[in-house]
Design a protein around this ligand. Structure first.
Ligand code: FAD
Length: 303
């Protein structure tokens, strides 16, 4: 990183929020990943906007980090700037049933906030361990719900550096995909529509879904959730199981014995172990069933 760029960033972000060679294993739910040349935590939307514009003007590569729950970052790290939006964490009710959340707010926090305000419709996302910004990019979903269903609008920094507000339908949400992702927009806040509900029922539904996750998913190990997208007409976990890969390991990475759709960091895995395991699973599933699995996990850096 050249010193002029660093000086420019220091005018936007305070020194304590600029980390050099920050290990990304501290910021991913896989608990793997090497150092990012620079790691920044802008304090608000305005600072995030200035950082993004500055880096674009100076041709510096950057990557937006949510909660790192869908990421595989190379052991060699990332030769660029990682921008964490964790400080964009404002959460409020706008009117009776609309919640406005900044991009860095965790889904779990929104779910608790909605429950406390007797607002129903976000229970499905309570156990998705990411930020609402990441959830918009991925159109995260579970148990019959997805972000698409509840998104009124998304505020984002577009590729030309202008702040835009997209209506929900303009986000073109698809299965674990969105126009926001395709365009490389930086989400700064979202407006969600929920409905008035019974606090006790909302709480019960959240507990019921948390229990389901605990029973079915290997939450006791670091992972990035479902490693592969669901191929149309199939279930990734079933295809992996049918290929005889339950418990299959490379180094410290393993196809979970509890849920074959999850690759877990069983024992001090490296990102290289996880990557190799993903490639091997893909190859063997194809040989066994003719179906090509596509990773849902986003990879960053050199593999
Ligand atoms: C145990 C476990 C269970 C899971 N269960 C589910 C599930 O049920 N359903 C589901 O859909 N997913 C699930 N996931 C995957 C993951 O939690 C989701 O994909 C989540 O939405 C990712 O959000 P994040 O904030 O962690 O994003 P990250 O992993 O940090 O980033 C994901 C992508 O979004 C981009 N991004 C993040 N924030 C922004 C932003 N503000 N602006 C622009 N780009 C941004 C990143 O650059 C990256 O490309 C699970 C993961 C784990 C570990």
């Amino acid at each position: 990183m050249n010193s002029e760029v660093l000086e420019g960033l220091r005018e936007i972000v305070p020194n304590e929020d600029i980390l050099i060679d920050e290990l990304m294993s501290r910021h991913t739910t896989f608990r793997t990943g090497g150092p990012a040349s620079l790691f920044l935590r802008p304090g608000d939307e305005e600072a995030a906007l200035k950082v993004v514009r500055f880096l674009r003007q100076n041709d510096q590569p950057f990557f937006i980090l949510g909660n790192g729950s869908n990421l595989l970052i190379s052991d060699k790290g990332y030769d660029g700037v990682v921008i964490s939006l964790e400080k964009l964490n404002d959460l409020r009710i706008e009117d009776d049933t609309t919640i406005v959340a900044e991009a860095g707010v965790l889904n779990s926090a929104i779910a608790s906030f909605a429950r406390d305000n007797a607002l129903a419709g976000f229970e499905f996302a309570a156990g998705i361990p990411g930020t609402i910004g990441g959830a918009m990019i991925m159109n995260a979903g579970a148990y019959g719900g997805e972000m698409k269903d509840i998104t009124v609008s998304v505020r984002a920094i577009a590729s030309d550096g202008v702040v835009v507000t997209y209506k929900g339908e303009e986000c073109d949400f698809g299965y674990r995909n969105s126009a926001l992702k395709k365009r490389g927009d930086v989400v700064t806040s979202v407006r969600l529509t929920l409905s008035k509900g019974d606090q006790e029922e909302i709480s019960e539904r959240m507990k019921e879904l948390a229990l389901k996750r605990k029973e079915k998913q290997p939450l006791e190990y670091p992972s990035a959730g479902s490693t592969f997208k669901r191929p149309e007409g199939y279930f990734a976990g079933k295809l992996i199981e049918d290929a005889g890969l339950r418990g299959f390991s490379v180094g410290g990475a393993q196809v979970s014995e509890k849920h074959c759709g999850f690759v877990i960091n069983k024992d001090n895995a490296t990102s290289a172990d996880i990557y190799e395991l993903i490639c091997e699973v893909k190859k063997r599933v194809y040989e066994n069933s003719g179906v090509t699995l596509e990773p849902e996990v986003i990879m960053l850096g050199e593999f």
